[in-house]
Design a protein. Structure first.
Lengths: 325, 281
């Protein structure tokens, strides 16, 4: 996978020229500061322009960027000293595509859980490209029950192409593992905060996303099916992914409008991969703002609200409504 | 096209309304015989897909089924267009199936027991779950809790309805959360998995029965076989993702012949509701 995008070419060209000018100015001791500043400004404007007007298909590319901060990157930025990774579902094995363990965010002790992708091919093969098997979901569930036992709020990062489609996954009940999480998460008696940091891929994402609040980063996506999968099925043509990406309305703003996502979180200029530190800071601030009110709720109130949140998702009409309209 | 074709062509189309080939053994089966024989192949006993009203008749006592929530209809929240606009696809499905959505729900009695029954309709856009299917099933489950009546859902679905995007995905969470409430209220939920049950339906309520019962030979899985083959570049073993495979791997409680379904459900409901063996709780 290339680290650069076609649509970023003008930025990359300008960045190369900036570098060149800086070199000339240093070597030749010529004062090019006016030109340099002008180009630096131009780069910022260009980034704002390009990233402000991305096509859905391009947003998917940003969400999948190989340098995009992963769950472990973010955890280590937020909780460098305290995080302890815990492994295994105690049933079959440990799934490297989902990571979990307790850590700290500011003054809060929390349980971290998230999909884990790699930053290169080797790591991605080890992490199965962030596509969990049933044991990954069962590990996540074990950690949530533990979090409930010790009164730790749960902080979840969502970044997966989807649950893995494979023989072992089916044999060990991928369906059951996802379904069980959906059911049980709805009654975990501690606050659950979900952050869609990259790719929210279908049931494989939802299986750890039944939370009290769902946040989505600006250039992340969340969809019932991948654009490629949708194109293959509905258009009968995998080359129609761009059309499918548009039709599926999978961007943060779409999900906010549809009442699925509570808040859209801004990304660093030019995408999360350009400044992971800033992404971690945004998450920390979001948690510090939204967690205290959830912590003061009674268990009953918290769970009733969570049930109500998902209960009212969906759009339909009944005959009575039509008559009243 | 000559005059001969014109004359013979329509004739060739007529028999397909009258007969079907058994997908397993190839036997030619007359539709009128199939309906009388519970859509079982009279040669190899293969369980063919069963129309919803035949299914309802199979599982409920005569004339006891009263449909609920019939009036809820899909809208087009995403203004989704692929090769056809979504509202057009819905209109075609409604026309073809004579129901408004991919699940039909109601109250009925089963061997005298009051039950809430939902039957999915594979002929309606592949039984896909959008907002309406999710809503109707959730209402059914919540009615079960309120009325303290067992709930049975007969699944037949290709998964989530893509045309409703993220809203259809969320129906998985909505229905599953309702089942968790049923579990807490000790109201039994029976999931009957029929051919085919996959994707978002198999990964939500269909896998969450107190008892999961599958019909013989039914295809049941999370990921479709083509997707798996493309991903792992390997041929799938014979019988993979069939009901018997799930039984072997511990994912369904029983594989039950269609003729024994009602009786099996009645026995379970009886024992779970304490009306069996003279003990009433
Ligand atoms: Zn046959």
């Amino acid at each position: 996978m290339s680290r650069d995008f076609e649509f970023e070419k003008p930025i990359i060209e300008l960045e190369a020229r900036l570098k060149e000018l800086k070199k000339i100015s240093e070597n030749g001791k010529i004062d090019l500061s006016r030109e340099i500043n002008a180009i630096a400004d131009k780069i910022i404007t260009l980034k704002e322009e390009i990233y402000g007007d991305l096509e859905p298909w391009q947003v998917i590319q940003v969400a999948r960027h190989i340098d995009r901060p992963s769950t472990l990157d973010l955890i280590k930025l937020m909780s460098p000293d305290d995080f302890v990774e815990l492994h295994g579902d105690r049933l079959f094995s440990d799934d490297p595509a989902i990571v979990a363990g307790p850590g700290k965010i500011g003054d809060f002790n929390v349980m971290f859980i998230g999909h884990q992708k790699g930053h290169d091919t080797e790591e991605n093969i080890y992490r199965n490209f962030g596509m969990p098997h049933p044991e990954g979901y069962r590990k996540a569930m074990r950690m949530m029950r533990m979090a409930e036992r010790f009164n730790l709020p749960v902080v979840i990062f969502i970044d997966t192409p989807g649950a893995f489609p494979g023989i072992g996954a089916e044999e060990r009940g991928q369906s059951e593992a996802i379904a069980r999480n959906l059911a049980e998460m709805s009654q975990i008696g501690v606050p659950i905060l979900c952050f869609v940091t990259g790719e929210g891929g279908s049931g494989g994402a939802l299986a750890i996303s039944v939370g009290d609040l769902i946040f989505m980063f600006e250039f992340s996506v969340y969809s019932v099916i991948s654009a490629e999968g949708c194109a293959a099925i509905l258009w009968n043509d995998p080359n129609k992914s761009k059309e499918a990406a548009r039709a599926l309305k999978m961007r943060a703003a779409n999900l906010k409008e549809l009442g699925i996502v509570d808040e859209i979180l801004p990304e660093p200029l030019g995408g999360a991969h350009r400044n992971p530190q800033q992404v971690a800071e945004t998450i920390k601030q979001t948690i510090e703002k939204h967690l205290p009110p959830l912590m003061t709720m009674s268990r009953e109130e918290l769970l009733e609200k969570r049930y109500g949140k998902f209960r009212c998702m969906g759009k339909f009409c009944s005959e009575e409504e039509l008559e009243n309209a | 096209m000559g005059w001969f074709d014109k004359l013979t062509r329509p004739k060739r189309n007529i028999p397909s309304d009258l007969w079907k080939k058994c997908p397993k053994c190839g036997e030619v089966l007359l539709n009128k015989d199939l309906a009388r024989n519970l859509y079982l192949c009279n040669k190899c006993d293969h369980h063919l897909r069963m129309p919803i009203w035949d299914r309802i008749a199979l599982l409920t006592d005569d004339n006891s089924f009263i449909e609920i929530d019939r009036e809820i209809k899909s809208v087009d929240p995403l203004e989704f267009v692929d090769s056809k606009p979504y509202p057009e696809r819905l209109a075609v499905a409604i026309n073809k199936t004579d129901v408004f959505e991919a699940v039909t729900c109601g109250r009925a009695t089963l061997s005298g027991y009051k039950v809430l029954l939902g039957v999915m309709n594979f002929d309606f856009m592949g039984g896909s779950m959008g907002s309406v299917v999710g809503e109707k099933i959730t209402r059914l489950l919540e009615s079960g809790i309120e009325e303290k009546a067992p709930v049975i859902v007969v699944s037949a679905s290709g998964g989530a309805r893509m045309q409703e995007g993220i809203l259809s995905l969320m129906q998985m969470a909505k229905t599953s959360a309702a089942i968790q409430k049923m579990n807490m209220a000790s109201i039994p939920f029976f999931s009957l998995l029929t051919d085919p049950t996959s994707g978002g339906v198999s990964a939500s309520f269909a896998s969450l029965g107190d008892v999961n019962i599958a019909e013989p030979g039914a295809y049941i899985g999370f990921a479709g076989p083509r997707v798996i083959e493309q991903t792992i570049r390997q041929k799938l073993p014979e019988g993979f993702q069939r009901a018997e495979f799930l039984l072997e791997h511990g994912m369904v409680d029983a594989v039950v012949h269609r003729r024994l379904l009602k009786n099996t459900l009645a026995k379970l409901i009886g024992m779970f509701s304490g009306k069996f063996g003279g003990k009433n709780v």
